[in-house]
Design a protein around this ligand. Sequence first.
Ligand code: NAP
Length: 246
Amino acid sequence: MSRGDRPVVLITGASRGIGAAVAELLAREGYRLALTYRSDEGAARTVARNVQDAGGDVEILQADMAEPEEAARLIDLIGTKFGRLDHLVANAGIADDGAFLTFDEDRIQRTLATNLSGNIRLVCAAMPVMEQGGGSSIVLMSSLGGIYGGDGQVPYCASKGGLIGMMQMMSPTLAERGISINAVAPGYIETDMTSNLSVERIRPFLKFSASGRMGHVEEIARVVRYLLHPGYINSTTIRCDGGFGR
Ligand code: NAP
């Protein structure tokens, strides 16, 4: 397969954590990668080097998904650099925890804009480019919190639950254009996002999880890779949480 024939995947928030693990897995499988970061260019460059070492073809792009004009700019840039877009992994996200009465407007809007509105705009901007390829797919990074809620996470859980609603409402239109859309709902995964959480905070999750442990980024990456070619699975949320139930 020539370089131009190899599918292009956009992964947002790929400078570390889950996004970086998805990038490294897909690079080994021959995808061309557009990886975004918000602020940490050095970390993004390190991921890009790892991807190149794995034989991957990569561009790193700075974009703040909370800013309204960024989605369209990003998709334009990908058009210029790759000339096509086959798969989108909408992974960038932030968690901002606290008692909900203490959240000011800025904090609420920042979480909703990064985790939810930015992704509505991103799918809208990507759809016309993706539909030209056929067999395209979108994977949204939701969260167990978007299904069950989570202590001290009102804006976060609203944003992650909102992603599932967005997916369900967009899927028929996307399907008409040959694009599948699915979501992954991870439980607690070992990344920077969870590294500062107290034992007291994580203990209830571990207690009610059949596996009794936190997840690894590679375990989420494998689910994402599966959902790039999901066959008859569409508009579904795949939980990857070690068997959480309460
Ligand atoms: P992480 O290690 O904190 O990494 C977050 C990534 O998102 C970074 O690449 C960061 O870029 C990027 N990002 C943050 N805000 C952004 C913005 N406004 N615009 C563009 N990029 C932005 O997080 P993670 O644990 O890998 O989580 C990845 C996704 O999985 C998130 O959506 C998260 O909500 C979800 N998730 C995580 C867990 C978990 O337990 N870790 C559980 C459920 C769901 P910079 O480094 O440049 O800031």
